[in-house]
Design a binder for this molecule. Structure first.
Ligand code: HEC
Length: 143
């Protein structure tokens, strides 16, 4: 990727190399919020879950608006297809404080992450439910 950046011809700002850097950062943000969301939902901390749902939407919007292409794949279109239904389902579940629905929506979200990674030829990036909290300095249970 660095090589691609260095060899990008001037005026090729639309090239993927530059965008890739940003997409990976946005993806890392998604990974963090998806991970934290798991623990908020597990603790039935709906306020916190709602917060992470909101953050995921914000990152989604940013990726969507960037109109990237990844290996010839339209990233915005893939994002919409793989993530939008799950995010909608998740929002409804959180609003309705419905744990069962939230679990199903969360699983669908993760399936979407991985589906899109496959479609964009990044199937070596595999997302799963976290098995332990990465942030032990944050309390996930409701006050
Ligand atoms: C548009 C389809 C798409 C969707 C949906 C998607 N990703 Fe990605 N993801 C990508 C692409 C493309 C890359 C590689 C970016 C690059 O090459 O810089 C990536 C990279 C990543 C990375 C690697 C970055 C790192 O720091 O390790 C992680 C983690 C990641 N995605 C997490 C997620 C999570 C979590 C979700 C679901 C909540 C998700 N992605 C949904 C397309 C997607």
């Amino acid at each position: 990727m660095l090589l691609a950046l260095l060899t990008a011809a001037p005026g090729c700002g639309q090239g993927n190399a530059e965008h890739d850097v940003e997409l990976a950062v946005l993806m890392l943000r998604m990974q963090v919020h998806t991970g934290k969301l798991h623990f908020a939902l597990k603790a039935q901390n709906w306020e916190l879950a709602d917060f992470y749902d909101h953050e995921l939407h914000e990152t989604y919007d940013e990726v969507f608006a960037a109109r990237l292409t990844e290996d010839g794949v339209d990233v915005s279109a893939s994002l919409e297809r793989f993530m939008k239904p799950a995010l909608g389902q998740l929002g409804n579940a959180i609003d309705g404080r419905d744990s069962t629905a939230a679990t199903a929506a969360y699983d669908r979200l993760i399936t979407g992450c991985n589906g899109c990674h496959t479609e964009t030829k990044h199937d070596f990036i595999v997302i799963q439910r976290p098995t332990a909290p990465m942030w032990t300095n944050q309390v996930f249970s409701p006050k």
